[in-house]
Design a protein around this ligand. Structure first.
Ligand SMILES: [Fe+2]
Length: 226
């Protein structure tokens, strides 16, 4: 048969800990010194404070809607695109094969256009263009940087870079897909085609990278490693 919590905890330590005492409703030494009415008053103040905090929290949360989500998403991808631009420059420099270098350079130029397009989306939304730190893209780019450093001059370098770049594209595809939908729901008619155009470019880049992987890069990594 299960023993009560207080009894079990007491057996282990020899002395009941404070958590067990609290669970059993035993007052602390300070609380024991307080008389009944004083203790009741303190409990009531604590309860009121907790309720005020909970009300504040829920009212802050309830005032946020799809517009706030959309604005947050825009700031996130604006930050991401600018980080990606720098990363693509490094990846184009680091890639071994000419085809992969060319693919990274092409997408670097597209990314410059995508950043400008995002500024137009901010305009259409009536907000100032600004970025918000995105730990997800920071992590994905950091992994690409690790490939550049750890596989420098290695046969598998390009295969690793294709994989790293595809992780970036998949992140962007997810983000832009969501933003297109939300822009439509918010009636931002000017923003939808701008976001759709970028989404199309990201998908095309992803497909181009898949082709590069399938038509040489991965195979080269295997042959050279053998
Ligand atoms: Fe992009």
């Amino acid at each position: 048969m299960l023993k009560p919590l207080l009894a079990r905890r007491t057996e282990i330590s020899g002395q009941p800990d404070r958590r067990s005492l609290l669970a059993a409703g035993v007052p602390s030494p300070k609380e024991q010194q307080e008389t009944g009415p004083v203790r009741a008053m303190h409990a009531s103040i604590e309860m009121k404070e907790e309720m005020t905090m909970a009300t504040k929290k829920s009212s802050q949360g309830s005032s946020k809607g799809l517009e706030d989500l959309f604005y947050d998403g825009l700031k996130d991808i604006y930050y991401a695109e600018r980080k990606i631009l720098t990363a693509l420059r490094k990846m184009a420099k680091g890639a071994e094969s000419e085809e992969l270098k060319a693919a990274f350079e092409k997408h670097r130029d597209e990314t410059e256009g995508q950043i400008e397009r995002l500024q137009q989306v901010f305009d259409a939304f009536g907000k100032r263009a600004q970025g918000k730190t995105c730990p997800a893209i920071d992590g994905i780019i950091e992994e690409g940087q690790e490939i550049l450093e750890e596989f420098e001059e290695a046969p598998a370098l390009d295969a690793g870079l294709v994989a790293a770049a595809q992780s970036v594209e998949h992140y962007e595809i997810a983000r832009y897909g969501t933003l297109v939908t939300w822009a439509g729901l918010l009636g931002l008619k000017d923003a939808v085609p701008l976001l759709e155009q970028t989404l199309k470019e990201e998908k095309a880049t992803d497909e181009a990278l898949t082709r590069l992987g399938e038509t040489g890069v991965n195979e080269r990594a295997m042959q050279q490693a053998a």
